[in-house]
Design a protein around this ligand. Structure first.
Ligand code: NAG
Ligand code: NAG
Ligand code: NAG
Length: 451
């Protein structure tokens, strides 16, 4: 999709469903995980974005908007926290360097961090905002392989996009996140434009539990499979009866600036990237979410905002802040160890590289540092961009189509829309034919469905 087409779509073609897309810069990178190891130093390093009430322990009764004084997200109302594992480059000499994160297309100039999406299903079905105290996790850091069918939703929850050209373009770039050429494991070839992590959270809730011991049993993915392009992004399904409440679909993208290391690959040609939990496969990619929107702001936004592109300011229900304001919100790491900015001898914590295919095992008698300290606030934010790297390749942040186009009938993945999926309506450019035995019936001016 061309940029001009995207603008046209945003201005002139109303959609039935709401979409927020916005950047959050890095809050801190350290071994904290208040969901999995509350009160303790986490086994591996995470990058955290969002409100600055993030802490070693986060009581579900805490009111994050109350406790926070700033957020790293574009919308001032979002004091939620989101975190994922961090990617490292393994030098041929055995040392590790954290891979810098860079801004996504059309998101401005955040200091690293991620791009966050809140998506309403394409049917326009009303979504119910998360409740205070809600949290969840997607993925499992111990996994080193995933035995799931390529056509399943499970396969598509956590994937990687290899940008083969510098401006986030090249083969595969026209597909929705998780579709087309995206892989379930880390790309095995060089990606000069970087690697993008695509992570979809479940969007159906049991309506009762704000959390569960597993941190994922209270949520589920909609039934009904993938959308017409082979992705979760516009998945048409309904919530299962066990998890009947439809939540906004949270989707995150992280751009790892791996292209900087292309001239330093090992002689055997194997890919040199590894996640902070010692995972060279990518199968252990995971993400955590702690809800923290102010008042009913998320519900209001999902009820009324339909940016579908790069204009968070068009959502009048919310307040935006500048890149500078986002980037000036940060925390100082509270564990006395080096995690980024220079080569280190080993991954922080006790994380020897474990290739699998069996799940990773924890190192017993780990001697890694396990205490935290209160350090004085720094006078300026730590730069996510690592200095002294070979040939940095800046990624242009303009002229990049931001939101993937709706599924098109030209898609080689699945040209036919599935049962209950959208197949027409004003502004719809996706699949217009239904899989047998269903046919496309107009529901209203904006929406036709395969029934
Ligand atoms: C984190 O928790 C500790 C202990 O409860 C508290 O002293 C500190 O102020 C908290 N930090 C933030 C940023 O909320
Ligand atoms: C590996 O190379 C990097 C970059 O030159 C250097 O900083 C690091 O100290 C080296 N590590 C070892 C173990 O030689
Ligand atoms: C992106 O860069 C490639 C070359 O790397 C070029 O062929 C292509 O036209 C560019 N696309 C856009 C949208 O600028």
């Amino acid at each position: 999709m061309q940029w001009s087409t995207s603008v046209f779509v945003v201005l002139f073609a109303p959609y039935a469903s709401a979409l927020l897309r916005f950047p959050c810069s890095q809050l801190v990178t350290q071994r904290f995980d208040p969901l999995v190891t509350p009160g303790h130093v986490s086994p591996h390093v995470h990058q955290i974005i969002g409100g600055n009430a993030f802490n070693l322990t986060m009581d579900a009764n805490n009111d994050l908007p109350d406790l926070s004084t700033c957020t790293t997200c574009r919308f001032k109302e979002d004091f939620s926290n989101y975190w994922t594992a961090v990617m490292y480059f393994k030098h041929p000499n055995g040392s590790f360097l954290r891979v810098p994160q860079v801004a996504n297309g059309g998101t401005g100039a955040p200091n690293g961090g991620m791009t966050v999406y809140y998506i309403q299903p394409p049917s326009g079905e009303k979504v119910v905002a998360f409740k205070k105290g809600f949290r969840m996790i997607v993925g499992d850091p111990m996994l080193r392989t995933k035995n799931v069918d390529k056509n399943s939703v499970a396969w598509h929850t956590s994937t990687f996009r290899c940008w083969e050209q510098l401006n986030m373009s090249g083969p595969g770039s026209q597909y929705e996140p998780g579709a087309g050429l995206d892989t379930i494991e880390l790309p095995k070839k060089k990606c000069p434009g970087g690697i993008r992590s695509n992570i979809y959270f479940p969007s159906c809730w049991d309506g009762v539990n704000l959390d569960t011991p597993s941190h994922h049993d209270h949520v589920a993915y909609p039934t009904g499979g993938l959308d017409g392009a082979g992705s979760i992004f516009y998945a048409p399904g309904q919530c299962p009866s066990t998890h009947p409440v439809r939540l906004p679909l949270i989707f995150t993208e992280t751009i790892w600036d791996t292209g900087r290391f292309d001239n330093m690959w090992p002689a055997d040609g194997g890919q040199p990237f590894v996640y902070s939990m010692g995972d060279p496969t990518g199968a252990g990619q995971h993400a955590d979410y702690v809800f923290g929107w102010e008042g009913d702001s998320l519900q209001r936004a999902m009820d009324t905002c339909n940016d579908r592109g790069d204009y968070p300011s068009s959502c009048k229900a919310l307040t935006i802040q500048t890149d500078q304001e986002m980037n000036s919100c940060y925390q100082t790491p509270r564990i006395n160890e080096v995690t980024e900015g220079q080569y280190i001898d080993a991954l922080p914590g006790c994380n020897p590289i474990q290739k699998g295919p069996n799940p990773a095992t924890m190192v017993s008698n780990c001697q890694a540092i396990s205490t935290i300290e209160n350090v004085p606030a720094p006078t300026q934010p730590p730069l996510v961009t690592t200095p002294n790297l070979p040939s940095a390749t800046p990624l242009p942040t303009t002229n990049v189509p931001a939101v993937p186009p709706p599924p098109t009938s030209a898609s080689p993945i699945a040209p036919l829309q599935t049962h209950s999926g959208q197949c027409g309506g004003q502004g719809w450019s996706g699949a217009s034919q239904c899989q047998s035995p269903y046919s496309c019936k107009a529901q209203n001016q904006w929406y036709s469905q395969c029934t």
